[in-house]
Design a protein around this ligand. Structure first.
Ligand code: IVH
Length: 675
């Protein structure tokens, strides 16, 4: 095949994969295969420089380090919108009333397009004949900065549009950093002892204004389109909703959480609906945006003092607030890790009152220069624990105190060590330390481990503090009388706990292994180990090289398992638990055996009537299947219970086979009979 033809083919294919991965979030091929195609294209392009084009997927990164950004005058000014902060009902009604008053008598019920208000950085993307030629920040609205090089590194932004015949099309939207990318970036920085980002918005803004595009490319950003700038040679749809649909069809990422509604009541409903979803969204939002849907009515409404009368932002409570740091306490985790926790003047942030927040580790406190008594910025976004992200040094009182990590554990008095290259300080007390013991017991009893219902943190505190439980096996020595004698414990609850303990004795090897709390052995590794070895004794006696045979077990994990079982104390714990009746089914290792559903990937969605999702998952896994959290082209089957949602839609979209509950039950039965 001629080079030009192969190059065109590779580009088209890579773009398709890029779109599937970054826009649809449904990858079609493994990363390694993508990399192989990418390298083939790179090689061909370097052999044929005359065939290089600016919109080739290889040309996202590779620009020069700049001295500064050039100014860009916006063809159409980039305006901002008015904000409503009132409760859902009045904020929506205020806007609807203003719109209807401005339109006068003839206005009936108005149709609105509702969107999310993304918390990032506004960007104008200029496409000429479908090709991305320039990207600019908003700046003062009239003039922004040319950040084309950095914007090209954002994978979900198409370098050219599909089937768009406009001469000029400016797409406006928000560049943002997802919470996952933000947390990962910060975790990595923390491990390396480097500065962290305050919030995803600063992450996005800092990265876009980075003069070295190679550095910008290292900070993962995303984009959502929400409007247009200059347009030439394209007939606009009649509505804003129509514009967003068209942009999506051109390959632009447009957020799926959008709706077209009628009247104030439905605006308020949208506000409330999104408020419930806010924590679960993969990115920060600071509100929702309502826009009059009809472009004709938008034109009629026009602008007041540079703000459109046809749009409004309706905000939610902020996810960052200022408060005073009263004290710093040390929390000791299951593995002995000491985490400094900020004790705060209670503050309402991200929808709840927060009085504790993590400070991560000692270095982080130094870097942020946090003193006790300081006014600090607290962030609570999504379901992650609140954190102190910064300090207002100018508000520091004269009596503010610096923080020092204690040299001994505040719970058990053992030495605190910090190993070289490690960011965390650790208590060396092991299970002698009551804090570690409590965490170890809570972990052991967890739902995905031994699943001991009713054994929560309050009870574990009492049991450990009163020295009733000194080690894990003591749990199974508890009786109703001992439990019922505890404060705030009724006879009935005591009986329930003893029954739950009894029930948990019927265990599974993988759950038991996970429950032991071996460092680096998470749920997945525990499953892999159980499947590979089949018997606990085989794992306890395994040499590192045998452990390395298990998929995804590397030297660090292997060594950690060997070290754990080399401790006489840990072997003793296992033996006692077995003597007390904890048991599971053992089998021959399956390392060479192919299970009936090996290699098949399932996704579960909705509610099943006959079993919990966790149970369905473990039954499928026992037959060798992998159970994934999201649907992609690689999914072999989606099992849909009642009230299945977007995963089911995606399955239909990607033509993935869908089973109902009965089909799952039939298959499980059939396969179990075969094994
Ligand atoms: S529309 C003329 N829609 O909020 C209308 N803006 O003041 C222009 N923003 O910094 C804006 N999400 O970057 C619009 N769905 C959305 C938005 C949104 C976030 C930002 C925008 C600007 C500010 C508006």
């Amino acid at each position: 095949m001629a080079a030009a033809q192969r190059i065109a083919q590779l580009r088209a294919e890579l773009e398709r994969h890029n779109h599937a991965y970054y826009v649809l979030d449904a990858p079609i091929i493994p990363d390694a295969e993508y990399d192989r195609l990418f390298r083939e294209l790179q090689t061909l392009e370097s052999l044929h420089p005359e065939l290089q084009t600016p919109d080739s997927p290889t040309r996202r990164v590779g620009g020069k380090v700049l001295d500064g950004f050039a100014s860009v005058r916006h063809a159409v000014p980039m305006l901002s919108i008015r904000t409503e902060t009132d409760t859902e009902a009045s904020g929506a009604t205020n806007f609807d009333t203003r719109v209807r008053n401005a339109l006068g008598e003839h206005a009936g019920e108005i149709e609105y397009a509702c969107e999310l208000k993304f918390d990032g950085l506004a960007i104008n993307l200029r496409y000429v004949h479908g090709l991305l030629v320039q990207a600019a920040t908003r700046g003062d609205g009239e003039t922004g900065e040319d950040v084309t090089q950095n914007v090209r590194t954002i994978h979900c932004i198409p370098l050219h549009l599909n089937d768009c015949h406009a001469d000029v099309l400016e797409v406006r939207g928000e560049v943002y950093m997802s919470r996952r990318d933000f947390n990962r970036y910060n975790e990595k920085q923390r491990e390396l002892g480097l500065p962290t980002l305050v919030n995803p918005r600063n992450g996005a803004a800092g990265s876009i204004r980075q003069l070295d595009p190679a550095l910008a490319a290292k900070r993962p950003l995303s984009f959502f389109a929400y409007g247009l700038g200059e347009v030439k040679g394209w007939t606009l749809p009649a509505t804003h909703g129509g514009i967003l649909d068209a942009l999506q069809s051109f390959g632009m990422p447009v957020c799926a959480d959008r709706a077209v509604v009628r009247g104030a009541k439905e605006l308020a409903d949208f506000h409330q609906h999104i408020a419930h979803k806010r924590d679960a969204l993969p990115f920060d939002i600071d509100g929702v945006v309502y826009k009059v849907n009809s472009l004709a009515l938008q034109k009629e409404l026009g602008f007041v003092s540079r703000e459109p009368r046809w749009a409004v932002a309706h905000k939610y409570p902020a996810e960052e607030q200022l408060t005073v740091l009263r004290d710093i306490e040390i929390q000791v985790g299951r593995t002995g890790k000491l985490t400094p926790v900020a004790k705060l003047e209670p503050v309402f942030v991200g929808g709840t009152t927060v009085s504790n927040a993590t400070l991560h580790n000692e270095d982080e406190i130094r870097r942020k220069d946090v003193h006790i008594g300081d006014t600090v910025i607290v962030r609570r976004a999504g379901d992650v624990i609140p954190e102190v992200v910064g300090v207002l040094a100018e508000r520091r009182p004269a009596n503010a105190k610096p923080f020092n990590m204690p040299a001994s554990c505040p719970v058990c008095g053992s030495h605190v060590v910090r190993e070289e290259g490690e960011a965390d300080a650790r208590c060396t007390g092991g299970l002698f330390c009551a804090a570690q013991r409590k965490q170890a017991i809570l972990h052991f009893a967890g739902r995905r481990m031994m699943d001991i219902e009713g054994l929560g943190d309050k009870l574990v505190d009492q049991l450990v503090d009163e020295n009733i439980i000194r080690s894990l096996p003591d749990l199974y020595r508890l009786d109703v009388a001992t439990l019922a004698a505890l404060e705030r414990m009724a006879e009935k609850s005591a009986q329930n706990i003893v029954a739950a303990l009894e029930k948990s004795k019927q265990a599974q090897l993988n759950r038991f292994l996970f429950a032991l709390g071996i460092r680096h052995v998470g749920e997945t590794t525990a499953k892999d180990l159980a499947r590979h070895f089949g018997k606990l004794d085989a794992i306890m006696q395994a040499a590192p090289e045998q452990l390395l045979q298990v998929p995804d077990v590397g030297p660090v994990v292997a060594q950690s398992i060997v070290d754990f079982f080399a401790e006489a104390h840990n072997r003793e714990v296992v033996q006692q638990l077995r003597e007390l009746g904890v048991h599971w089914q053992e089998h021959e290792g399956v390392s060479d055996q192919v299970l009936p559903l090996s290699g098949k990937t399932f996704v579960l969605t909705g509610t099943l009537a006959s079993m919990s999702r966790d149970e369905a998952k473990s039954r499928l896994e026992a037959l060798g299947a992998k159970v994934a959290g999201s649907v992609s082209k690689k999914t072999d089957c989606v099992v849909a219970g009642t009230e299945a949602g977007s995963k089911l839609d995606k399955a239909h979209e990607l033509n993935v086979p869908v089973w109902n509950e009965q089909q799952l039950l039939d298959e499980l039965e059939k396969q179990v009979n075969r094994t």
